[in-house]
Write a protein that binds this ligand. Structure first.
Ligand code: IMP
Ligand code: MG
Ligand code: MG
Length: 184
């Protein structure tokens, strides 16, 4: 596919629509297998992190063959006191997580800071289990200890857009994933 230009930057085609689709199917099959034992008990609760994960969450959710619920939250980070550092809060989390099997759906784990700061807050609600499904992971950029249970693609440390991910607001509607052009 031809490169795309968003604002001032050019992005080259990186993961095709078909490649993404197939991988999302595989992840959904793996998750469905792992949680098949929940049948007749409590359904799995998926929590999508807005905005970036909306497309991945939607496609993943459609492919599940287990009883599942989905909810979306937005994370807002602000500077707390010196001792607390940066504070990440969830907007829109209305479910009781106590005793639930939770799977967080993320678009990408880059430094890992967002989830590293947010997961302890979820643990506070005492879910039965808490796992992460992320479409993309940049291992070279990740600086925080995180267990990523379901990873679509491990990618190089280059900025990507498309399939929900944006560059300064643009690019979320692209059907494939593009990578910042090498010479930029
Ligand atoms: P973190 O560095 O792991 O905390 O990443 C935080 C968020 O930054 C991700 O969930 C994405 O929404 C966004 N982000 C990180 N890397 C990229 C990228 O390459 N393209 C678009 N958004 C990104
Ligand atoms: Mg995100
Ligand atoms: Mg963004």
């Amino acid at each position: 596919m031809t490169p795309v230009t968003l604002h001032d930057k050019t992005f080259d085609s990186y993961l095709s629509e078909q490649t993404i689709k197939e991988r999302v199917r595989e992840l959904a099959a793996q998750i469905s297998k792992d949680y098949a034992g929940n049948k007749g008990k409590q359904s799995v609760l998926f929590i999508g992190i807005l905005n970036g994960a909306f497309m991945f969450a939607s496609d993943l959710f459609k492919e599940l063959s287990i009883d599942a619920e989905i909810s979306f939250i937005k994370l807002a980070s602000y500077s707390g006191t010196k001792s607390t550092g940066k504070v990440v809060t969830a907007i829109g989390l209305d479910q009781d997580l106590f005793g639930r099997d939770i799977i967080i759906i993320e678009d990408i784990v880059d430094t890992g800071k967002t989830l590293h700061e947010f997961l302890p807050k979820l643990q506070h609600s005492q879910p039965a289990s808490l796992r992460i499904a992320t479409l993309l992971h940049k291992p070279e950029a990740t600086q925080y200890e995180l267990t990523l249970d379901y990873v679509g693609f491990a990618i190089p440390n280059k900025f990507v857009v498309g399939y929900g991910l944006d560059y300064d607001g643009l690019g979320r509607n692209l059907r494939e994933i593009y990578q910042l052009s090498g010479n930029e």
